[in-house]
Design a protein around this ligand. Structure first.
Ligand SMILES: [Zn+2]
Length: 60
């Protein structure tokens, strides 16, 4: 019996993993066809810098 922990960011069951998509680290849900977690903040895979600014609202 496999016990997987829920997504730490949004709590969906089935677990989640960070993957590299075009140099950006994004959190995807394992149990939902690798959909991106809508809550987790992506980061620059090379530097580890969070991309919250890019993912957030456009500054005036
Ligand atoms: Zn999630």
């Amino acid at each position: 019996m496999v016990v997987s922990s829920p997504c730490w960011a949004c709590g969906v069951t089935g677990g989640a993993d960070w993957i590299n998509v075009d140099g950006t680290g994004v959190l995807v849900h394992n149990a939902r066809g690798r959909e991106r977690c809508p809550v987790a903040v992506p980061f620059d895979w090379a530097t580890g810098t969070p991309l919250a600014v890019l993912a957030g609202a456009v500054a005036a």
